[in-house]
Design a protein around this ligand. Structure first.
Ligand SMILES: Cc1cc2nc3c(=O)[nH]c(=O)nc-3n(C[C@H](O)[C@H](O)[C@H](O)COP(=O)(O)OP(=O)(O)OC[C@H]3O[C@@H](n4cnc5c(N)ncnc54)[C@H](O)[C@@H]3O)c2cc1C
Length: 500
């Protein structure tokens, strides 16, 4: 028996005889589950065979797990939020630290593998998974540490935003996160990050003061305004184009006690009145007030509803004045606006998470909701027996617009709203008719919008439009991409091609 085989079989016997073998998990998998060669695909679509020995080496180098299709946990790990996205990576790495991400990236680069990076899996277009490539699933890389004196939080790259809200609020502090608490910090922040306090404190990415990024050459790079400044600039708006962010440092702001917020719901018949009100008031409202407009029709012809979803986070006493104009709309069906903990408000819409529903979404920024836009929105908003239809505006403006467009890679500082239209249908049923309808509806709306929020863009946006969407920041992004990812290893994103 060769020495290596002997060592392995001895280790296997030891591991198998242990009552709890968790600390030997890595070894146990290495010695008992010879993976065999695995077929995979490269970033440019070529077929490659990953050799058994190389996969075993990768496994050995990890503290986290490596899952192949036959392994327990693979099915769950390959899932993303939108059930329409049903992809099968050749291998899934679940890092527990930056060194694991480094091993995964080095392995992927050596075979030019197609690479996907998943944090919360909320990309509705499926940018965080792939067929036949490597999925780096950051779900084992979660955690938040707060320094209340410095008003800083360090957030691991796979963390969900609800964790950040909870840990920072424990100290009476906050930073901007999105509005559904199981969205990933990784995708949200590298692409933008609108949320209930963004009009006061800026986007999630405006609050990032430093990052650690695992770049395509396998190096962990610290980036901040003083260190790797180009990379720091690009990561704030360029998504995963430059690598995997393993750690974010956020600045925090005081937000103690309760906020005033919730939903005021009206019948859909009042949509014109509510939308016209919103068109005006969303531009005039104080920055402490965040107000979304949401209009929806459930499947089956049930009456639809229109609602305004509010969060007032300013000084006590200011809420009445900020919310008073809503009274002009008359008596609602329900008025859920009340004093509540910020963390509870941040979870209010968690059940809108479309896990059992296929979803297709189109969106675009607006700086003004014109009469033409109101008319087009309302005329086309048709009921359907088999789909839910939704049209909503996420409130922007305020502090977001005070940052110069070229200060970060996120250029859309003019936006007052992010308008989105979405259809959702029972997963597993025919999607074609619903997607076709939304595309038609959106064709009428699109001419009245500006650029796209890359984080919500569907997968069928062409390369020219993706490039143009970076506006004046595109040339600098290309040069940073050339420097940090010349082979375009990280391409499942609003992709900046190094060859442009
Ligand atoms: C229900 C729902 C609610 C939403 N609400 C908001 C909202 O309030 N505000 C808002 O701004 N957006 C919102 N979004 C959009 C959201 O910002 C994007 O879907 C975002 O990409 C989600 O991040 P994620 O980590 O969950 O995504 P994933 O699907 O895991 O990843 C999306 C992209 O981010 C990249 N990525 C993920 N983690 C990292 C990392 N650590 N380093 C580098 N790249 C990484 C991936 O490579 C991929 O390209 C919402 C989306 C959904 C589905």
């Amino acid at each position: 028996m060769k020495r290596r085989t002997f060592v392995r079989s001895t280790m296997a016997a030891v591991a198998a005889s242990l009552p709890g073998r968790s600390s030997f998990d890595g070894l146990y998998r290495v010695v008992t589950q010879a993976p065999g060669d695995v077929d995979a695909v490269t970033g440019d679509g070529r077929k490659v065979t990953l050799k058994d020995a190389a996969i075993q080496e990768l496994m050995k180098s990890l503290r986290g797990r490596l899952l192949l299709a036959k392994n327990e946990g693979y099915e769950q790990a390959r899932q993303v939020l939108n059930p329409v996205i049903d992809k099968h990576p050749a291998l899934i790495v679940q890092p527990t630290n930056a060194a694991d991400v480094q091993s995964a990236v080095a392995f992927a680069r050596a075979s030019s593998l197609l690479v996907a990076v998943k944090c919360g899996g909320h990309s509705l277009s499926g940018q965080s998974t792939c067929d036949g490539g490597m999925l780096i699933d950051l779900s084992g890389l979660r955690g938040v540490r707060v320094d209340p004196a410095a008003r800083k939080a360090w957030v691991a790259g796979g963390t969900l935003l609800g964790q950040v809200d909870r840990e920072t609020q424990a100290h009476g502090l906050v930073t901007t996160m999105g509005t559904v608490s199981d969205t990933g910090v990784g995708g949200l922040t590298t692409g933008g990050g609108f949320g209930r306090v963004a009009r006061r404190f800026g986007l999630a990415l405006d609050n990032v003061t430093a990052v650690d990024v695992l770049t395509a050459d396998g190096k962990v790079r610290h980036a901040s305004k003083d260190w790797n400044e180009d990379l720091f600039w690009g990561v704030r708006g360029g998504g995963s184009n430059f690598g995997v962010v393993t750690s974010f440092e956020f600045q925090l702001h005081p937000l103690t006690g309760q906020v005033i917020g919730g939903d005021v719901v009206f019948p859909l018949a009042k949509a014109r009145e509510v939308l016209s009100f919103y068109a005006e008031y969303s531009l005039e409202a104080p920055e402490e007030l965040y107000l979304d407009y949401i209009m929806m029709r459930a499947p089956g012809g049930a009456d639809g509803v229109v609602m305004l979803s509010a969060c007032y986070s300013g000084p006590e006493g200011g809420a009445d004045r900020a919310l008073e104009p809503l009274r002009r709309l008359g008596t609602p069906l329900t008025n859920g606006i009340k004093a509540l903990d910020y963390v509870a408000l941040q979870r209010l819409h968690d059940d809108t998470d479309p896990r059992a529903m296929g979803t297709y979404l189109k969106g675009g920024f607006t700086s003004k909701i014109t009469a033409d836009l109101v008319k087009t929105i309302l005329e086309g908003f048709e009921p359907h027996p088999a789909r839910m239809t939704e049209l909503f505006f996420q409130h922007c403006g305020g502090a977001i617009g005070r940052v110069a467009p070229e200060a970060t890679a996120f250029a859309h500082r003019y936006a007052q709203h992010n308008m989105m239209a979405a259809v959702a249908w029972k997963a597993g049923t025919d999607s074609v008719q619903h997607v076709r309808w939304l595309k038609q509806y959106w064709a009428a709306l699109e001419r009245l919008t500006g650029c796209i929020y890359a984080n919500g863009a569907p997968g069928d946006v062409g390369a020219a439009k993706v490039n143009a969407n970076y506006r004046e920041n595109y040339p600098r992004l290309v040069s940073i991409k050339r420097q940090y990812d010349p082979s375009n290893l990280f391409r499942l994103n609003a992709n900046v091609k190094p060859t442009a």
